[in-house]
Design a binder for this molecule. Structure first.
Ligand code: SF4
Length: 375
């Protein structure tokens, strides 16, 4: 079993907080699609010939920027070259301004069966601050239109901790999710990444800095409200109704191998990780020369352990002590238990069925705890 991730490196405009790889010039879109198709053919053996593909995820960038014909070409090549499961979860990230009724009908006729919509907020002020391409009205309309088109498996993204977002408005944002019956939510606090327009606006005093305390309060509200409405927090930032957890991301967290296609996409084969160049021109150029433009690293035992600490702790399953012992040995287990004891003593971590699991207050400092577990 394996997954495929496809990075579509184009966006209509630059969201102020974003540090993903994308270009707002669409001039090379056609050439990119041809290169992507060629990369699929070049990477046919990466996951092993008979491996069944259980999940496909179109991320970006903005995958909904692809035309129906472009998407069709990509799917034809994927199905021709890979062994894709009949019940594969196939997710496409979409921005609200792209989701016209016509576009949704086209998507419905494609193999896409899960939509991930970048709503971020239902308030105009937040959307302006983030420089999103859509309006608050479009944010709501696209949900109704997606459901009318027959999409049931919908996830939306929401951002909290935005300067100016009150707890009352944050609760209103969450109430919209519940009122539309959306079965999955990914929610992140606004982080100020280096060299983004948001960082520059804050430095110049045009926007207030992000308030850590407000962000923590809104995270607690998020956990409380989603629990009340029947969502399971199966990963720190991911909340799903039973049966609607993201299979693609869950497989990442279980360490299942995946192939990443497109500029900046990462791949993992169980032992090594590789990542394509984050540059559209160089990607297209290299693929035209039949060369995957990737750097590769073989993961050391320490790296594998640290990754397991970071990822395992973020999931509701937690860190399996049995797995630590069998995969990494007694010394790793003893060191981990010694570090974990401090956090268990102050109720940031609990021991459940031989797994170390974060409590809600522990989730607020998850990164600090996992870095203390690193070797
Ligand atoms: S649409 Fe997504 S990828 Fe594009 S700039 Fe905005 S946040 Fe970044």
């Amino acid at each position: 079993m394996a997954g495929v991730y496809i990075h579509i490196p184009f966006c209509k405009q630059t969201c102020s907080y974003c540090d993903f790889h994308f270009s707002t010039s669409l001039k090379s879109k056609e050439a990119f699609v041809s290169s992507l198709i060629h990369e699929i053919e070049l990477q046919i053996n990466y996951l092993g010939k008979d491996t069944i593909i259980q999940t496909i995820y179109f991320g970006g960038g903005t995958p909904s920027i692809l035309s129906a014909a472009e998407l069709d070409k990509i799917f034809k090549t994927l199905y021709k070259n890979f062994n894709i499961s009949n019940n594969a979860e196939i997710t496409l990230e979409a921005n609200p301004d792209d989701l016209s009724s016509e576009k949704l009908q086209q998507l419905k006729q494609s193999p896409v069966n899960r939509l991930s919509i970048g709503i971020q907020s239902f308030f105009e002020d937040d959307l302006k601050l983030m420089n999103r391409a859509h309006s608050a009205v479009q944010a709501e309309k696209c949900i109704i239109k997606s459901q009318d088109a027959g999409f049931e498996n919908i996830t939306i993204d929401l951002i909290y901790g935005t300067p100016g977002l009150t707890n009352t408005n944050w609760k209103k944002n969450l109430a919209k999710v519940f009122s539309y019956g959306i079965p999955h939510l990914s929610s992140y606090s606004l982080t100020v990444e280096e060299k983004t327009p948001l960082e520059s606006h804050i430095k110049k005093g045009k926007i207030k800095p992000v308030d850590e305390h407000q962000s923590a309060e809104q995270f607690l509200i998020l956990m409380e409200e989603t629990t009340k409405h029947g969502f399971e927090q199966y990963e720190i930032s991911n909340f799903g109704k039973p049966g609607f957890h993201s299979q693609h991301n869950s497989n990442y967290w279980k360490g299942i191998k995946y192939l990443g296609l497109g500029p900046s996409a990462h791949s993992f084969d169980g032992n090594s990780r590789q990542w394509n160049v984050a540059n559209n021109f160089r990607y297209i150029q290299s693929i035209s020369e039949n060369t995957i433009p990737a750097e590769k690293e073989i993961l050391t035992t320490e790296q594998k352990f640290n990754e397991y600490m970071m990822i395992g702790l973020r999931t509701s399953t937690g860190i399996s002590l049995e797995k630590v012992q069998t995969a990494f040995g007694e010394d790793y287990l003893n060191k981990l238990l010694a570090e974990a004891k401090n956090y268990m003593d102050c109720s940031k971590i609990t021991l459940k069925s031989n797994h170390l699991v974060l409590t809600n207050s522990g989730k607020l400092i998850a990164d600090r705890i996992s870095s203390d577990f690193f070797v």
